[in-house]
Design a protein around this ligand. Structure first.
Ligand SMILES: [Zn+2]
Length: 291
């Protein structure tokens, strides 16, 4: 089976072929040009599909909340204008005749990690992706749990500070306003006056102001994970996002989480996502293979 698999994000549309052994080949990408709107993005995806022969399935991982049964966007922020309501599966299948699976990006990554990655063999785990915001996915009893309207796992908007900082969702005190990579970047800027990205921050680890900012930020991560551990009692928490490549973070999260949890929950392990960006494409390809 030859699967063409896509990962649609705010800045890039990545795609690759996936063979029956789930190896990704011929990885490519084009700019999303998100300002042109959601409909145009899908037109471009269809053009790419039509430029190849002999494709058996299409898998699409995408930003936004996705009705994975109908394959349409339930809700997307203004990062991609006009994306809400776009019927991706219906449009792609009508234009190309190829069976197509569509799933949200963090959910796709969770499937990728469950089938091929760090969560292989685990039936109960949660995923969080730390970046500009915080994305989440819930994998229960061996499958994705997507909620009553396909929006479950919006962990970034759990309130960890009542009445706290403004959030992009319109609320206040959300987890992502304190624990995302952007929140770390802001915290370091306030503490040291330096504008550094995630990787550069860790190059300044010897600066006591920056180290304190990092440690306070890790405490914020732990607050959210503690609550989620009590809800889901997961065996595993998969932490994704480029920042998690800093081993110090997952080490500290595990140490601090263990200290705070009731004894019966302490089996939980926080592990860095294994496959990075490929997890999305592999997860979507796997879902397509199951059609
Ligand atoms: Zn929020």
């Amino acid at each position: 089976m030859k699967i063409l698999t896509f990962d649609i994000g705010g800045t890039e549309i990545k795609y690759a072929f996936c063979d029956e052994n789930f190896n990704l080949t011929q990885k490519s990408s084009i700019p999303t040009n998100a300002h042109e709107g959601g409909v145009k993005i899908i037109e471009r995806v269809i053009e790419i599909i039509k430029s190849f022969d002999d494709i058996d399935r299409v898998g699409i991982s995408t930003a936004g909340q996705v009705n994975s049964v109908k394959g349409e966007i339930v809700y997307a922020t203004d990062t991609i204008p006009g994306y809400t309501g776009v019927k991706i599966k219906e449009t792609v299948e009508r234009e190309t005749g190829i069976p197509t699976a569509v799933e949200n990006d963090v959910n796709s990554a969770a499937v990728g990690e469950a089938v091929f990655g760090v969560a292989k063999g685990h039936d109960n785990f949660i995923c969080l992706t730390y970046g500009t915001g915080i994305g989440g996915a819930i994998y229960l009893n061996g499958k994705l749990f997507t909620g009553s309207s396909f929006s479950a796992g919006e962990f970034g908007h759990i309130v960890t500070h009542s009445g706290g900082k403004d959030c992009t969702c319109g609320g206040k005190g959300c987890y992502e306003a304190y624990a995302s990579t952007s929140a770390l970047v802001n915290r370091v800027k306030e503490a040291s006056g330096k504008e550094l990205d995630g990787r550069e921050i860790f190059e300044h680890f010897d600066d006591p102001d920056i180290r304190l900012a990092i440690n306070e930020w890790i405490d914020e991560i732990v607050v959210g994970l503690k609550g989620l551990t009590y809800i889901f009692n997961p065996a595993l928490i998969v932490a994704g996002g480029g920042i998690m490549n800093e081993e110090y973070i997952t080490q500290e999260i595990n140490k601090r989480l263990q200290n705070e949890l009731m004894a019966s929950f302490r089996k939980v392990k926080v592990i860095k996502a294994l496959m990075g960006n490929d997890a999305n494409k592999l997860g979507a390809a796997y879902l397509a293979s199951q059609l």
